[in-house]
Design a protein. Structure first.
Lengths: 362, 417
């Protein structure tokens, strides 16, 4: 079976609640069959609205959404056959786990023995066999979450939407649930649209990530590309840690440019969204790409003063005053070679111009 | 180890339990003192009057106290034939004492309640008794009137011996103890109270139903509308609370009377002819309309407080899982509102069953309830013991409803807010 590359298609979708502000602006997004796509963005960026439009609880103000090539704007939610996991699980508190899972099957008029079989299968998938007769209130947060996932999958939907499903869990549980959901996705091949504001969650789980801000998709790409090659300063800032220098492009060539900072120094950067001399820019550099006292040859070498040292066990975070940026962060791996990191010391910092991405000004 | 001996000691060697009690005693005393005024208030204004009512409703000491010797000597009498001389003698002595104290009139009234015909023979006895000779009172009393030789009359006296009676309660359900001591219903055309009880239940039931049907959508709106609209709506719901009950009832009288606003409107739109305006006041319709309106907030508020806690995502979940809006409502939303429905219905039903002012003002003859009958006996006939008996029967009814509700739904499931 060839994969359907636009299984879900947002076509020029606009959404406004009050007729004044567009919450979603001209959204075009294709989601392939079997894909795990995450909508990532700060709150109010329109990602949940997109999910609600897909689920049918909101209607697009303009444009159309296609599911498997069929427009769905006029189909009510209960006829779309889309599974959904809600933010606070939305388990029915007056029903047992079994009844919760059987609900979508009963409304579809399945036979009793078939319901039993499917509920059994779904519960074993989230390793909760034997919990059929518990009430949701008797389960821990993680268990409720798993029931919610099982319920959204029990009627074999082709598409499952998840609206910040792990938001209410503590850190450890959240991480293990991330893997669990990822494994379920891999084993049954369902298409998942996942909404979160937690970037590490998005990076670990997704095939592709759509970064939302201000009602628009800022970048849509795989997690590694998103982290390594952000296309604008919002994405660079939002995904992972980031050191920035504001400046002006002075010497533009094909794959390198010089950027003059406010204190007069020039650094060599990789022109991503600048085109000509004189453009204002923000240069973005990941903390782990800058090295201290390295013997490697790199085209940016500067001296900085250590302002703060924070011990993190496996690594040490060092805050530097470098080229006028007092918030320059370095991650130094914890090894015996780096013992001279003390507050007030001057150290050499170097990085490759390829990793310093000259993006749009903030 | 101290735990091996079964007692855990504190570091000072005092048993833990003792130490804990000591530590908590002060708080317990404080807590008690805080609730003491309320407890006292309840005791004086609620528990004590109810106890007094209970006593009053079964109290039948009057005759018992007037004929102490008679009843004592009657203890051995089997009631089959005429009582022995001893009874006649003690009755004569009791009666003479009453005559001296001028209380014989009361006795004759009381005995006449029990059996007709006592008034005249007691009068005659009083006249003749002055000339009685000592000894053989049986002969002498029987000679006064032939009824004194009738065993029925002596049995009637004996029936008044117990200091307590259930007579008022029987009267409350249109029954009485006949001369053989059997409990029977009064004649069909004299049964007033049963009709009233049934009507009270009927009106309370339908008012509860009407309130529920109207309050459910309102409460749902209140719980789901955005804050600025729901606040306004809430004020509309609460507005009747801020208006005097009498004013509200009186305005219903203005609206519903035959020449009233509602009837005028019906005539205007041609629903009814001008000369056949329906009577909506001083009958059951008036009671229904006014009581439903007045009790509506008591249904809305518990429903609202429960609906407020139901996350809107539950309905969404129901729909996204494939339930039609109706299925999602019926299987998911409705069951979650049952605690509120229970609380609201119980509240409205209990309030309705004892409702007084509104039915008294707008009910007319066919719309009055049992509470109006109680008030009637309190104020007009001054039969307080009967009023107390009916009041207690009403209380017992309410408790019974509460018990049934507890069995069916569970009081723990009530949510008043």
């Amino acid at each position: 079976m060839s994969k359907n590359l636009d299984f879900v298609k947002f076509d020029k979708v606009d959404k406004s609640y009050d007729g004044k502000v567009l919450v979603v602006k001209d959204l075009n997004l294709d989601i392939a069959e079997g894909e795990f796509i995450t909508m990532l963005g700060p709150s109010g960026s329109g990602k949940t609205t997109c999910l609600m439009m897909l689920a049918g609880f909101e209607t697009p103000t303009n444009g159309e959404i296609y599911l498997d090539k069929n427009p769905i704007s006029n189909i009510p939610p209960h006829k779309r056959g889309i599974g959904m996991v809600f933010q606070n699980y939305a388990l029915f508190p007056h029903m047992t786990v079994y009844e919760n899972l059987a609900f979508p099957l009963k409304v579809r008029k399945f036979q009793k023995d078939e319901i039993d079989k499917k509920v059994d299968k779904a519960l074993s998938m989230v390793s909760l066999s034997g919990f059929e007769h518990r009430m949701p209130g008797q389960l821990s947060g993680g268990q409720q979450q798993r029931v919610a996932v099982a319920r959204s999958l029990v009627f074999d939907p082709q598409l499952v939407l998840m609206d910040e499903p792990l938001g209410a869990l503590d850190k450890n549980l959240r991480e293990s649930m991330q893997y669990e959901i990822k494994h379920i996705h891999e084993s049954i091949g369902v298409t998942v649209v996942y909404v979160t504001h937690d970037q590490s969650e998005a990076l670990t789980m997704s095939n592709r990530i759509a970064v939302f801000n201000d009602g628009k998709v800022q970048q849509l790409s795989s997690p590694d590309k998103l982290y390594e090659e952000p296309v604008n300063s919002f994405v660079a800032e939002f995904i992972g840690e980031n050191n920035t220098f504001a400046g002006q492009v002075t010497n533009m060539s094909k794959d390198q440019c010089k950027v003059k900072l406010s204190d007069g120094t020039e650094i060599i950067a990789n022109p991503v969204s600048v085109t000509s001399n004189g453009d204002k820019t923000t240069v973005s550099l990941r903390p782990e790409r800058a090295l201290i006292n390295t013997k490697e040859k790199m085209d940016n070498n500067f001296k900085g003063k250590i302002e703060e040292v924070i011990y993190h066990g496996d690594h040490t975070r060092v805050r530097l005053d470098l080229l006028g940026n007092k918030e320059f962060i370095l991650k130094v791996p914890n090894s015996s070679a780096n013992m001279d990191i003390k507050m007030g010391n001057q150290i050499n910092v170097s990085w490759n111009s390829h990793d310093a991405r000259a993006l749009d000004p903030k | 180890m101290s735990s091996e001996t079964g007692k855990i000691l504190t570091t000072d060697g005092i048993p833990l339990e003792v130490s804990l009690k000591k530590a908590e005693r002060k708080n317990k005393i404080k807590a008690f003192l805080l609730v003491a005024p309320l407890l006292l208030f309840l005791l004086i204004t609620y528990i004590f009057p109810i106890g007094d009512m209970l006593m009053r409703s079964v109290d039948d000491k009057m005759v018992t106290e007037m004929l102490p010797k008679t009843f004592k000597s009657m203890e051995k009498w089997d009631g089959k034939e005429l009582p022995p001389e001893e009874v006649f003698e003690s009755f004569y002595l009791d009666f003479q004492k009453l005559v001296e104290e001028k209380r014989d009139g009361k006795l004759s009234t009381q005995l006449n309640y029990t059996k007709n015909g006592f008034k005249s023979i007691l009068k005659k006895l009083r006249r003749k008794a002055k000339n009685f000779e000592e000894g053989n009172y049986k002969e002498q009393i029987m000679a006064v009137h032939k009824r004194w030789a009738d065993v029925e009359y002596w049995r009637a006296i004996q029936r008044r011996a117990p200091a307590y009676t259930s007579q008022k309660y029987l009267k409350g359900i249109d029954m009485y103890k006949n001369e053989e001591g059997k409990i029977v219903s009064v004649e069909e055309d004299r049964r007033v109270h049963r009709i009233l009880w049934l009507r009270t239940l009927e009106i309370a039931f339908f008012v509860t139903l009407l309130c529920f049907l109207m309050a459910y959508p309102i409460a749902h709106l209140l719980a789901t509308l955005p804050m600025k609209y729901s606040n306004l709506l809430m004020i509309c719901v609460l507005l009747p609370f801020w208006t005097s009950l009498l004013v509200r009832t009186a305005s219903w009288m203005i609206l519903l009377q035959q020449q009233g606003v509602v009837n005028d409107f019906f005539v205007m739109i041609g629903l009814v002819a001008d000369d056949s305006r329906p009577e909506m006041m001083f009958n059951k319709t008036g009671t229904y309309v006014a009581m439903t309106q007045i009790l509506l907030p008591f249904m809305v508020l518990p429903l609202y407080s429960v609906m407020k806690t139901i996350s809107p995502s539950l309905m969404r979940a129901g729909k996204s899982l494939g339930g039609t809006p109706f299925v999602a409502f019926w299987k998911v939303y409705f069951p979650l509102t049952i605690p509120g429905i229970g609380a609201g219905c119980l509240l409205v039903f209990i309030l309705a069953i004892g409702y007084y002012i509104t039915p008294a003002l707008v009910g007319g003859a066919s719309g009055t309830l049992i509470s109006n009958q109680i008030a009637f006996h309190m104020k007009s006939t001054l039969d307080w013991s009967f009023a107390s008996a009916m009041g207690l029967m009403l209380l017992a009814g309410v408790l019974a409803i509460y018990w049934v509700y507890n069995k069916l739904v569970g009081v723990d499931n009530i949510k008043l807010g």
